[in-house]
Design a protein around this ligand. Structure first.
Ligand code: BG6
Length: 473
């Protein structure tokens, strides 16, 4: 099989090279691309951050990250040794012109005389994006080269800041040179939702509001905030997980199918659904929780009211989704890690109460699969028939989510990235919830570590006579 490869020589400029994201995800992602021979002969990975690293220590740092976060059986010593030869490092601040001068010299020294493609990944807080964009613009003008930017989420901290940030970056870069990331869009089951709907009228006909009783999205995690407690304490679970990841999944399920599979149309339809989201005004439709040990973590305020669990009940103000409740929940330090979407269909009008609804389920973790549950009767017994298929990638060409996104950016597959309109629409919804929470003083329920989160999450679904469907993991 012919795998998609990056054909042009490139420089991958990694801002935040000493940080967690680089260590956990980005170095392993780049190694995976090398392992699958998707990288050209000539390329340079130039790490950039404020930390002081000698070239050798940086190389060791990257090697450790790869050995720690890539499965043992995928470590190919020859590939790894070659990969490490392509690494370079430049220490610098994010806002001093002279540091960008040095970076530009480094770029030239890595690929003298060649026509290269430059992609910069900003694995840094969004407060640094503007300075980095300005510095890179300076380099671009000085070297007369093109540079494209990949920007990690969260993009801003509310609608206003996201709009301003976009404006300030587009002072230096055209928006077609920006790849706004949500790593959920690099996950195989999430990547499958659009093509499954687009190519299969049968599935698409099922996903019409008139036949749906409710939609549930759950992202349950066992980990706490780990080394990112300082960041997390400022944002909380709604901004961290729901604002982009889970709303993107919801948009893919509920968007109208465009006639053509074109990026512009897909983004427009996703944006339309996201801008039509609303929460029920009277009670904000939110349950908030915090795990018991949270305020004992380093970098967390002792009296922090930051939620580590949230469950929402919301609606889409579009005719086709009229009165279809949507429940979204996400939490940390819960009893198990499980991520899935459940669509429950309406039962026949006179069905007995105990009959389960038909369901469409897409699991993202730990399984990656689609399942359809149909109620049947066998003799005198009511049974459920299951149709199930894996959505996991199999074979040598599978890539982890960040590797997929880096490859997609190099190959300019814009479908895998967000538009600013989608981001602004999501923030608008999240801002309106926070405004409601500020006014209504919703209680923060403390839940024990390793449990299933606040009991009150069940009150939300009960309002519509529905229960959370717990997919067996
Ligand atoms: C990140 C959040 O974007 O996604 C983390 O900042 C969260 O808090 C993570 O743990 C979840 O990603 P995944 O791929 O494990 O579902």
């Amino acid at each position: 099989m012919n795998l998609n490869k990056i054909q042009t020589p490139f420089n991958f400029l990694l801002f935040g090279a000493s940080g967690d994201l680089a260590q956990l995800k980005l170095f392993p992602a780049l190694y995976h691309l090398a392992l699958q021979k998707r990288l050209p002969k000539h390329y340079a990975i130039i790490g950039y951050s404020r930390s002081a690293f000698e070239s050798e220590t940086f190389s060791r740092h990257v090697e450790e990250s790869i050995r720690k976060h890539v499965e043992k059986e995928l470590i190919d010593e020859t590939v790894l040794t070659d990969f490490l030869q392509h690494l370079h490092y430049q220490q610098g601040s994010y806002d001093h012109e002279k540091d960008y001068e040095r970076l530009s010299e480094k770029i030239v020294s890595c690929h003298a005389g060649e026509k290269v493609y430059n992609l910069a990944f900003l694995a840094t807080p969004s407060s640094t994006f503007e300075s980095i964009a300005k510095g890179l613009n300076h380099i671009r003008q000085k070297l007369g080269c093109d540079i494209e930017l990949m920007l990690e989420k969260p993009f801003g901290h509310d609608r206003k800041s996201a709009g301003e940030l976009f404006h300030s970056i587009t002072n230096h870069f055209d928006k077609k040179n920006l790849y706004l990331i949500d790593h959920y869009l690099g996950k195989p089951p999430v990547k499958s939702i659009f093509p499954l709907r687009y190519n299969n009228a049968i599935l698409n006909l099922m996903l019409q509001g008139q036949s749906i009783s409710n939609i549930q999205i759950s992202a349950l995690e066992t980990l706490g905030t780990e080394d990112r407690a300082g960041y997390f304490d400022r944002v909380g679970i709604i901004k961290d997980m729901i604002q982009s990841h889970l709303l993107q999944v919801l948009a893919l399920f509920t968007m109208s199918m465009p006639l053509r599979r074109e990026v512009k149309s897909i983004r427009r339809e996703k944006g339309d659904v996201l801008s039509a989201l609303r929460y029920p005004k009277d009670e904000c439709g939110v349950v908030l929780g915090q795990y018991e040990s949270y305020t004992r973590e380093k970098e967390v305020e002792k009296d922090s009211k930051t939620p580590t669990f949230a469950a929402l009940r919301c609606f889409i103000d579009l005719t086709q989704w009229y009165k279809v409740p949507i429940y979204i929940r996400s939490g940390k330090k819960l009893s198990h890690k499980h991520t899935y979407v459940v669509v429950e269909f309406k039962k026949p009008p006179y069905a007995p109460k105990e009959i389960q609804p038909n369901r469409l389920i897409i699991e993202l973790y730990p399984e990656e699969r689609i399942q359809i549950q149909l109620i049947n009767e066998m003799g005198e017994r009511i049974t459920q028939s299951y149709a199930e298929n894996s959505l996991a990638c199999v074979g040598d060409e599978c890539l982890p989510d960040y590797a997929c996104l880096i490859l997609d950016a190099f190959l300019r597959r814009y479908e895998s990235f967000l538009s600013i309109d989608e981001i602004l629409a999501s923030w608008y919804f999240v801002d309106s919830i926070h405004k409601c929470l500020d006014q209504q003083q919703i209680p923060l329920v403390i839940y024990k570590d390793g449990t299933d989160g606040p009991e009150a999450q069940h009150e939300l679904t009960k309002m519509d006579g529905v229960e959370w469907y717990e997919v067996e993991g």
